[in-house]
Design a protein. Structure first.
Length: 119
């Protein structure tokens, strides 16, 4: 058994796609329209990580509270600078031990996203 995907209801599909492409390095692998919903599936190059973004006309969106999504990267400083340049207001970089560094940034719907580098 393995974890397949994570689904987030979003207010603005294009803004959310841009965030996850820019910050997490994911790419759109397919898009669908189903009645009043528009969906986008994003994945990393190896297909191991997949996020489904769902935009419902007049539908409820998630208010990103109580959890965070973590992505592992070897480009932590570069991605933090990119987040700053895009106006995403990332946190400082934290270093809880000699092998771990990370920062947080919120996606357009308030989901807390952690970018972590482990050596």
């Amino acid at each position: 058994m393995f974890f397949k995907q994570f689904t987030i209801r979003v207010r603005d599909l294009e803004k959310s796609i841009a965030f996850y492409e820019t910050i997490a390095g994911l790419s759109v692998i397919r898009r669908l329209h189903e009645s009043s919903a528009e969906l986008a599936f994003l994945a990393n190059k190896a297909g191991e990580t997949e996020i489904e973004l769902v935009c419902l006309q007049n539908g409820q969106t998630f208010e990103g509270k109580g959890f965070f999504i973590c992505f592992i990267t070897d480009r932590l400083d570069e991605i933090r600078q990119l987040a700053l340049s895009q106006g995403f207001n990332p946190s400082d970089i934290y270093k809880p031990d000699e092998k771990t560094r990370y920062f947080y940034v919120y996606d357009p719907d308030g989901v807390s996203v952690q970018l972590k580098q482990m050596q």
